[in-house]
Design a protein around this ligand. Sequence first.
Ligand SMILES: [Zn+2]
Length: 86
Amino acid sequence: MVWVERFTCDVCGKLRGDSESWWVAASECVPASTARNTQPALQLMPWDNLLAHSADSKHLCGAACVHTFLDRWMAGLRAGTEACSG
Ligand SMILES: [Zn+2]
């Protein structure tokens, strides 16, 4: 039996084909100049299988889903459901 990796888009649920150029997004905490020590940041990178395996990574099939994901991430920050723990 062969292990087949399957990635689906975290926004639209589309299954990724082997040769498709997707994107990987990851939230992180970066130093802030305000009273808080860190603030959330979002990294967007071209598809990389190693990065895609990270539990924190989001898999995005294209620009439209990147935009949707960014909208949600920003809304999460505004609503306080997305924040830095560090
Ligand atoms: Zn998608």
